[in-house]
Design a protein around this ligand. Structure first.
Ligand code: ADP
Ligand code: MG
Length: 258
């Protein structure tokens, strides 16, 4: 591909059609080339599961999509527009790209309800009554309506993660990124979070999910992206990937986790 940069204002047609498009993205941490020539397009309504060994760049990939990390070269577009670098536009981008982390990252000194209301008021400029109404509806949707007045520490990990999902959804994001959302949970709480994500996928949300939950990948993903050493090594449907991985690295990875 010819000279592409984050600031370019002409975007190839294929990228403009995708909801999220990364083109020839490179990123270094010092000497470490953590993202190497990443090309990835995510269509509207698509669920992409990203898997790969620890340290392969999965989290960094997610973080570049909402610009928690900058890139050294290449382009990233959301809805056909380059990601903004700073200011009010960046705050809007962060709202458009919902992110759920392994650690739930709720505001500890705000109630569950306040956690889900806050961004709606500050970023989306809704009035309080409107924000509360939508927060209660979302808490109901993720199954924690009766926890609205508690503080995060009073909830189980699974409940906290569902609140974190509700908080991201409250911003009416165009795409949701999940970075190992169940990795910090006790086993009995994993399914309640995966079920919420599964429902979200069925409702048509565009999702990028980094996970080691292969059952989720098989049932919810439209596409599996396998990363190793900063590269996308292969992309396939879950069916193809799990039954017939093409690369040795994917075969090796699957033999260790399945
Ligand atoms: P994964 O999520 O696949 O485990 P990461 O994207 O977290 O991988 O990390 C990829 C590599 O980049 C790892 O070697 C990690 O140590 C390194 N890395 C991640 N974040 C930073 C950072 N902020 N500074 C330096 N190195 C980092
Ligand atoms: Mg990670």
């Amino acid at each position: 591909m010819s000279d592409v940069s984050v600031t370019k204002d002409t975007i190839p047609a294929a990228e403009a059609d995708a909801l999220v498009a990364l083109s020839n993205v490179n990123k270094h941490f010092g000497a470490l080339h953590v993202l190497q020539d990443i090309d990835l397009t995510i269509a509207r309504g698509e669920v992409v599961v990203v898997i790969g060994p620890s340290g392969s760049g999965k989290s960094t990939l997610c973080r570049t999509i909402n610009r928690l990390e900058s890139v050294d070269s290449g382009s990233i577009t959301l809805d056909g527009k380059p990601l903004p670098a700073e200011g009010r536009e960046l705050a809007r981008l962060r709202a458009d790209v919902g992110m759920v982390f392994q650690s739930f990252n709720l505001f500890a000194h705000k109630t569950v309800l306040e956690n889900v209301m806050l961004g709606q008021i500050k970023v989306r400029k809704k009035d309080k009554a409107e924000a509360e109404q939508s927060a209660r509806a979302l808490l109901d949707r993720v199954g924690v309506a009766n926890q609205a007045d508690k503080y995060p520490a009073q909830l189980s990990g699974g409940q906290q993660q569902r609140v974190a999902i509700a908080r991201a959804l409250a911003m009416e994001p165009k795409v949701m990124l999940f970075d190992e959302p169940t990795s910090a949970l006790d086993p009995e709480m994993i399914n309640e979070v995966l079920e919420v994500m599964q429902q979200l996928a069925r409702d048509g949300m565009t999702m990028v999910v980094v996970t080691h939950e292969m059952g989720f990948a098989r049932s919810a993903a439209n596409r599996v992206v396998f990363m190793a050493d900063g590269q996308i090594v292969e992309q396939a449907t879950p069916e193809q990937f799990f039954t017939n991985p093409r690369s040795d690295r994917a075969k090796d990875f699957l033999s260790k986790i399945l």
